[in-house]
Design a protein around this ligand. Structure first.
Ligand SMILES: [Zn+2]
Length: 312
């Protein structure tokens, strides 16, 4: 028979520690997998889910849009670390995530980083959820603007794709611009510094942000001049928006069929576009010829003109 003595299985201290660590690893892995499935796995979100960090914006705290372009958060008190209260200018932008979406943009706004040149063209940047659509009820017709997270007048970042999101005209002009102008005016007048942070809020895997959180705090006078913490809605009155894709339609109307992508041939030199079977398309030099599939509107927006023969 076996010479082993029969005894109660007992866990040594080492084994207890190993089991505890394994249990923790499982909890972290399960939480991470959950976030991954929701499409929002980032270190920050993981720390928030594990209770190790305060959430920046929780949509549960945001009331539904009810006619005002923004709501005040946390009694209008921003959430900056005291060590950030510096006179050192800085600007940081987040890497785009795996869906091509922007993250937090954070800067210490001061005269040094303000632009000295007029703004250039940003039409080549296509932020996540971008659609070229027009409505008569929208000021300027276009529903969406390429919306700077940190306004151009504050940091001079123009065609930086880490600083541009798809934003409604309403959010851009009624929501963000008054705050940008307030900070701009204050810095121009006082020469002081303003901590300024913009957090675009994407729910799940949505390509279009539901809104942006905007926080600002003037450094020299400790918030006497500028101090706010608001959430601005990425909505457009009269228009229904699908935040997953950026598609839109008139409120109360039917959701349109997704328009089929049309094929065109571009001459990148003459900036003309043709239908693929146009005789003019066949004579384009190879180095100037480009196949394109998409919306006609987008080509026009990029400065292309329709060929007079095939009239695409
Ligand atoms: Zn043609």
């Amino acid at each position: 028979m076996s010479g082993r003595t029969k005894r109660q299985p007992r866990l040594t201290r080492e084994r207890q520690i190993v089991l505890l660590l394994a249990a923790l690893a499982v909890i972290v892995a399960v939480t991470a997998a959950g976030l991954f499935l929701k499409g929002s796995l980032t270190l920050d979100n993981l720390l928030v889910e594990l209770g190790l960090k305060e959430p920046t914006v929780s949509m549960e705290d945001i009331p539904d849009y009810s006619g005002e372009p923004y709501v005040v958060l946390n009694d209008n008190w921003p959430d900056f670390d005291t060590e950030d209260l510096t006179l050192e200018p800085f600007e940081t932008y987040s890497e785009l995530d795996y869906l091509g979406r922007c993250g937090v943009a954070y800067a210490n706004i001061c005269l040094e980083i303000m632009p000295t040149e007029p703004r250039g063209d940003i039409g080549q940047v296509k932020p996540s959820g971008w659609q070229t659509v027009k409505y008569d009820c929208v000021d300027g017709k276009y529903l969406y603007n390429r919306c700077h997270l940190i306004g151009y007048q504050l940091a001079g970042e123009n065609a930086n794709k880490q600083n541009l999101i798809t934003g409604t005209r309403y959010m851009n002009v009624e929501g963000m611009l008054p705050f940008e102008n307030m900070v701009d005016g204050y810095v121009e007048e006082t020469g002081n510094h303003v901590l300024y942070r913009v957090t675009p809020v994407f729910e799940g895997r949505n390509l279009l942000a539901s809104g942006v959180k905007l926080e600002a705090f003037s450094v020299e006078d400790e918030g006497e001049g500028i101090c706010f913490n608001v959430y601005i809605y990425n909505v457009q009155p009269g228009i229904t928006i699908d935040y997953a894709t950026g598609e839109s339609w008139l409120e109360g109307g039917d959701r349109p069929e997704t328009p089929a992508e049309t094929a065109y041939v571009l001459n990148t030199s003459s900036k003309k576009f043709h239908l693929p079977d146009c005789a003019g398309a066949s004579t384009i030099k190879a180095e100037n010829r480009e196949e394109y599939s998409g919306a006609r509107e987008e080509l026009v927006e990029q400065g292309y003109k329709p060929c007079g023969t095939c009239k695409p």
